[in-house]
Design a protein around this ligand. Structure first.
Ligand SMILES: [Zn+2]
Ligand SMILES: [Zn+2]
Length: 574
């Protein structure tokens, strides 16, 4: 399968265009195509051979020609030319917090800075402060950013690692000699970033499995290749480890390599008290060395008298005590989601029409979808002023009369201005079904001001949800300074829901805050913040965070059917 390699190229084109200050819609189009191809269940080459590239969502005429060229010659001229126009390290510069494509471009043109090391040196030599608009603070911030980035570069965000890992698992599963194969490690536990990917497979004949694995397209380096264990590094820098075991050892191996370490240590201790020894090879009765047969992970837990513990809960060991005391929650699943309450359409910065978003929601089995486009102050995102929002309300009415099987809720993602006021009038907010309020500007306020600002928004009688409450972008932007304890307390007081933004770049709230908020009686909502139909598929990432926060479907607002949801929204209460 060449899907991953192609996706990687398209992603790089998007980044390079961004660096050149290209139109953001063009940049998005490439990133979107990359994502589509990455998730495509079929080999792109097969689609191409049938002449059906143009039928793949997001692949237009121009892109079709480029992919055609790449698949027939192995080269994409456009990609090669773009790459030649800029030094290779420049893309990395934009990952430093505070260095956008524009600044990276300037640093290159005006100071000749081509990569992270040169940027670091320039800051230390205080050369940036001589550029217009930059000063000593910029240098300090960039140095801090570089340090943070270097730490993060050793870890991969879930959203990058998971699709790749799933594709590898599918490829291995397709080998006739493989009996079972599954993801393990922190990725299976749903950690927001992972150091590497672990895969466990069972087979009576490991050799061909190893062979197929090290020949995965996109492998840059084979770190190790033994009889039953191999490690590869993909071109993206992601390391993947595979272990192949006998099928009767699969369950124990899967459990062992899923971890966490703390979980495994405590489970082994519990096993000892029952005269058992648990290892990656299986479970042995200490008395007579009898090996207990364990066919599934549930059998592993049952052997020590526990119910099955889902991987997302296997973290600090407290899950084992909870399991012993029968306190494990019935965790939420993607299938419990009744709708999405934060999505954008092409009325603001989304790519698809309201109708397309609604139909995509219906296709995913949802009962409702809230269209929450941006408000006027976010002019870069073409935020809607009151007149256009009125117009959108009429369009939603019209579509609701026309479409069956899905309810479109009216809404907006209203900006919380610096002083805590909102940039749409209350009378208008009162008429919307769902109001999400978010911070998109002045993120450098101190903790007190930022907290007061969000608290003021929660006290607005029409604000139902605080969107992406800490504002972080994984690997790019730290959360803003905010007193989460107070936010959670006021959310509980005012009946405002806090969002788990499911976009894998955000995952905001994170698992810890979400669990904390739930414990204080705050209703959580899991939204994708989709800017296109396929963005709706990112719900799973948010649900993973919710599961790691020990949440069940009763704890999440958009697991409620519409009448009950309506009663929970501020304007729906009487
Ligand atoms: Zn937002
Ligand atoms: Zn949004």
């Amino acid at each position: 399968m060449k899907n991953l390699e192609l996706a990687w190229i398209l992603e790089e084109i998007g980044d390079l265009l961004d660096l050149q200050g290209e139109n953001p819609f063009k940049v998005r189009a490439y990133r979107r195509a990359a994502r589509t191809i990455e998730l495509l269940p079929e080999d792109i080459e097969a689609v191409w051979r049938r002449g059906e590239l143009g039928k793949v969502e997001g692949i237009g005429k121009a892109l079709e020609e480029k992919i055609n060229e790449w698949l027939s010659t192995g080269v994409m001229t456009y990609h090669a030319e773009l790459k030649a126009q800029l030094p290779p390290g420049l893309r990395e510069l934009t990952r430093v917090p505070g260095v956008g494509p524009k600044l990276a471009q300037r640093l290159y043109r005006e100071l000749g800075i081509r990569n992270l090391d040169e940027l670091e040196a320039a800051c230390r030599e205080q050369r940036l402060r001589h550029l217009k608009g930059l000063g000593p603070r910029t240098e300090e911030n960039i140095l801090r950013g570089i340090e943070r980035l270097r730490r993060q570069m050793e870890r991969f965000p879930l959203g990058l690692a998971l699709p790749v890992a799933q594709q590898l698992v599918r490829a291995l599963a397709a080998l006739p000699v493989v009996q079972r194969v599954a993801l393990a490690g922190s990725l299976r536990r749903g950690r927001e970033t992972v150091g590497d990917v672990d895969i466990v497979a069972s087979s009576p004949d490991p050799e061909p499995v190893m062979e197929a694995f090290v020949r995965t397209p996109g492998v840059e380096q084979v770190l190790a290749r033994g009889d039953t264990k191999a490690s590869i590094v993909l071109r993206t820098g992601l390391q993947v480890d595979l272990r192949v075991v006998r099928d009767d050892q699969f369950a124990a191996a899967l459990h062992h390599f899923t971890g966490s370490k703390e979980h495994n240590v405590l489970l082994r201790e519990l096993a000892q008290t029952k005269g058992l020894k648990i290892s990656e090879y299986g479970i042995v009765r200490v008395d007579d060395d009898e090996v207990l047969a364990v066919a599934t992970e549930a059998d592993v837990f049952a052997a020590v008298g526990l119910p099955y513990i889902p991987p997302e809960l296997r973290e600090d060991g407290s899950e084992i005590a909870a399991a012993r005391e029968g306190r494990l929650p019935e965790l939420i699943t993607v299938g419990d989601m009744k709708g999405d309450l934060h999505v954008h359409s092409d009325w603001s910065d989304g790519l698809d029409t309201i109708e397309a978003m609604a139909l995509a929601a219906r296709e995913r089995g949802y009962e409702y979808i809230a269209i929450t486009d941006h408000s006027p102050s976010l002019s870069v995102a073409r935020g809607l002023d009151p007149a256009r929002l009125e117009e959108q309300l009429r369009e939603i009415d019209r579509l609701n009369r026309q479409l069956a099987g899905i309810r479109i809720l009216s809404g907006c993602e209203v900006d919380i201005l610096r002083d805590g006021t909102l940039d749409l009038p209350d009378e208008l907010l009162a008429r919307l079904d769902v109001v999400v309020a978010s911070v998109h500007s002045a993120m450098g306020l101190d903790e007190r001001e930022m907290t007061d600002r969000i608290v003021a928004a929660m006290r607005n009688p029409h604000v139902d949800i605080i969107g992406h409450p800490t504002g972080r972008i994984l690997g790019r932007r730290e959360p803003y300074a905010v007193d989460m304890e107070r936010i959670i307390q006021v959310a509980a007081e005012t009946g405002t829901c806090l969002e788990i933004n499911a976009s894998p770049d955000r995952l905001d709230l994170n698992d810890v805050y979400a669990r904390w908020a739930h414990a204080r009686g705050v209703m959580i909502v899991v939204n994708t913040d989709a800017h296109s139909t396929e963005g709706l598929d990112q719900m799973g990432y948010g649900v993973t965070v919710a599961r790691r926060a020990w949440l069940g479907k009763a704890d999440v607002l958009n697991c409620l059917p519409w009448p009950e949801l309506k009663a929970r929204l501020k304007d729906g209460r009487t």
